[in-house]
Design a protein around this ligand. Structure first.
Ligand code: COA
Length: 172
């Protein structure tokens, strides 16, 4: 049986419990997982690429179960399909939350399939408890002083709170 390397790409600005849920479940269906943190400057990320890479690496390091599946965390700045080929990935993993995600994911999958028909995209439905989480709302809640502990791991919560505090000081 051939072995499959999965590539789970995202901006992860920041990584949330929703992303961690997808990572935990993706390792049930691939033999190796690469979590690829995209530079994605167009999204105007709050965290630098290296900060996001470190946060994702810490989240992966502290996963309770990895089922013996190796998980590598990388950063990438180029085309997703080039990144997949460079790392020998045969499957792109994406999480789907609501119908609203569908159109964007549908278009992206179609474009990627044209770029490289050898690489399939596999969607995992977000688990019931994480379907409402979005990085954007987590940031907004944190900026407005709300508690984000339910949505992100402790190290991300601390990093977000520190980033927001630093921005507040700079704005004074
Ligand atoms: N549970 C909860 N939330 C989830 C989730 C889940 N299972 N899966 C995704 N999300 C949320 C994220 O929190 C994020 O929220 P936000 O939009 O409020 O910030 C949103 O869904 C999507 O973020 P993410 O999963 O990080 O992906 P992305 O859409 O930012 O990543 C790339 C897009 C990186 C895959 C895409 O831009 C890409 O491939 N870039 C490389 C360049 C390229 O090849 N372009 C051509 C593409 S056709």
């Amino acid at each position: 049986m051939s072995k499959h390397t999965g590539l789970y790409p995202g901006t992860f600005d920041p990584i949330t419990r929703g992303h961690i849920d997808i990572i935990s479940r993706a390792i049930k269906v691939v033999d190796k997982l690469i979590v690829a943190v995209a530079a994605n400057p167009g999204k105007g990320p709050m965290f630098t690429l290296d900060e996001r890479l470190a946060q994702v690496s810490e989240a992966v390091r502290t996963l309770p179960h990895t089922r013996g599946v190796p998980i590598e965390v990388i950063k990438f700045q180029n085309l997703l399909m080039n990144c997949a080929v460079a790392h020998g990935a045969s499957v792109i993993i994406r999480g789907l939350r609501a119908v609203s995600d569908f159109e964007y994911e549908f278009q992206m999958t179609g474009m990627n399939a044209h770029l490289n028909p050898e690489v399939e995209t596999l969607f995992l439905m977000a688990s019931e408890g994480t379907q409402f989480i979005s990085s954007r709302f987590v940031k907004e809640i944190c900026v407005l002083g709300g508690d984000i502990s339910k949505f992100v791991p402790a190290h991300v919560r601390d990093a977000l709170q520190a980033k927001v505090a630093a921005r507040d000081i700079a704005a004074d």
